[in-house]
Design a protein around this ligand. Structure first.
Ligand code: UN1
Length: 512
């Protein structure tokens, strides 16, 4: 673990200053410059970036339209090789990317390590899937004397709008999928993590993606994102973020007099964990702590509500309070830190407002300790747990380290599942039970995308646990799953008459 120590030292040196500008072939950025500071320590100046303006959006779209057909006509294996080369280079340069994840996004060191690994996994997985799906046309059965083939192709210009909570992994996941499928891409990073997005785009350019095939437009979502999604030249959008923003994007795309765009949205959740009295309290507490508070609860997969069966509820909440008292909140660059900062002042305000409401309307089980000396210069929020009577008092997703606990009685499992389904979200669900029938009942009645049994409910592994929800939680298909690339693709069927009377066959005869 000398390597880990060296990485930690590099991260903590806080010497690097990063800058970014829009990357649009043949044009310069000239929107407002945004200063970037470290969420864990606002005195740490991480760098700055120049935002895109409306003229750059227009130029980027024109470039993307012109460049896409040649990229699409490359063999899928050539596109795949470029993505795999980028994955190799990402691993070689992981120290720099980890440092950026810690300093710009406030990621803890273990989260930063996982982030780089997941990003490399996405690049390699979509490369493999592109070879498999796009490598050869599929021969379809048909009557004698006829050949039928199905070809997959890119749709055109894809806009990828990515979140700050997985600024490298989801960013590269969306972009690499769109590229693998033969699209040109305009990447719009989250405002909070534009420097990481810039480094990721440069990585792909250096690996061989042409500058006009992948362009980068940082800036305010209300300016850059809005200009992109109302433009008729956009063939598809991949978006990860809030349900509300997904609605706005959907409306903007629908209002265009243009080809119907593909929208792939991965949005919020009101994720529950259900524990019955056959489960092991130690295991429940360990898994709920990880699911609710790792990454400061800033994952769409995070547990927000623990439904615990009455007979073990006192024991579990007591142990939970004990475990929360041990959580160390502070510098995400220290390996001993459990919970780092939340992303910015706006996020902190939403969490503080929610906590103030819960302090009035619910019973507080525990609040972790904030050490002012370790957290005074950053946007930190102490993890909290509240006991609430029902889901009704939680109106929408609260994106941070707040857990809500609800007790349920033995015969009420169907009501618990109905209440979870009634939130309208359907992303992750944790189950703790050693009764097979209970697990099967929950699995078959809960409308969620990812159900995890007797473990934590975060950290889906690319290619192993395809990730994504239904209803208000997203459109599908699942990221890191075998069908994801298909939504980025168009399909063309070629039918040829191969009998002697057929035009092609007789031309061949004449040719001979
Ligand atoms: C998100 O938080 O936006 O399984 C989605 C997980 C992650 C979640 C990513 N893949 O925890």
């Amino acid at each position: 673990d000398n390597e880990l120590k060296a990485l930690a030292e590099a991260v903590n040196a806080k010497t690097g200053q990063w800058t970014a500008t829009p990357l649009v072939a043949g044009a310069q950025g000239n929107g407002p410059t945004v200063q970037v500071t470290n969420p864990a320590d606002r005195r740490d100046k991480v760098g700055s970036y120049v935002s895109a303006d409306a003229a750059l959006v227009d130029k980027a779209l024109a470039n993307g339209v012109a460049a896409q057909p040649a990229w699409d006509r490359l063999p899928a294996a050539s596109r795949a090789a470029i993505l795999e080369h980028a994955a190799d280079q990402l691993e070689v340069r992981r120290g720099e990317f980890m440092a950026l994840c810690v300093r710009e996004a406030g990621k803890s060191l273990p989260d930063a390590i996982a982030e780089v690994r997941e990003a490399a996994d996405f690049l390699r997985y979509y490369a493999t899937m592109a070879r498999r799906l796009f490598g050869h046309p599929e021969q379809l059965p048909g009557p004698t004397g006829e050949s039928n083939q199905l070809f997959l192709n890119g749709r055109g210009v894809f806009v990828c709008i990515s979140p700050w909570n997985f600024p490298l992994a989801i960013f590269l996941g969306q972009v690499s999928a769109a590229l693998a499928a033969g699209n040109s891409v305009i990447a719009k990073p989250a405002e909070q993590t534009s420097l990481i997005g810039y480094a990721a785009v440069k990585l792909l350019h250096e690996a061989g993606v042409p500058a006009d095939v992948l362009q980068y437009l940082p800036g305010d979502g209300a300016v850059v994102g809005a200009a992109l999604t109302k433009d008729p030249r956009v063939a598809g959008v991949a978006f990860t973020g809030s349900t509300e923003t997904a609605w706005a994007i959907n409306r903007a795309l629908a209002a265009r007099n243009a080809p119907i765009a593909a929208l792939i949205a991965e949005t919020g959740g009101q994720n529950a964990m259900i524990a019955d009295s056959s489960a092991l309290p130690e295991q429940i507490v360990k898994d709920v702590i990880a699911s609710a508070f790792q990454s400061a609860g800033q994952r769409c997969s995070a547990a927000r509500v623990l439904f615990v069966q009455e007979d073990i509820a006192d024991k579990v909440t007591g142990m939970l309070a004990g475990a929360m008292a041990e959580l160390k909140i502070g510098d995400p660059g220290q390996l001993s830190t459990d919970v780092g900062p939340v992303i910015d002042e706006d996020a902190l305000k939403i969490l503080n407002d929610h906590a103030a409401r819960m302090d009035k309307e619910a019973k507080k089980i525990a609040e972790a300790k904030l050490d002012a000396a370790a957290t005074g210069n950053g946007t930190f929020f102490a993890p909290r747990a509240y006991e609430i009577p029902s889901l009704d008092i939680l109106k929408r997703e609260v994106f941070g380290p707040v857990l809500h606990v609800i007790r349920w009685k033995g015969a009420d499992l169907p009501k618990v599942i109905d209440a979870i389904n009634a939130t309208g979200y359907g992303l992750t669900l944790g189950v703790h039970s050693r009764i097979d029938d209970t697990v099967e009942y929950i699995r078959s009645h809960a409308r969620v995308g990812n159900c995890y049994v007797n473990r934590n409910q975060i950290g889906a592994v690319v290619g192993v646990q395809p990730f994504g929800g239904e209803s208000l939680s997203g459109t599908g298909p699942k990221a890191g799953g075998p069908h994801y690339l298909l939504r980025f693709a168009g399909e063309r069927t070629l039918t040829i008459n191969t009998t002697a009377a057929g035009g092609n066959a007789s031309l061949l005869t004449i040719g001979e």
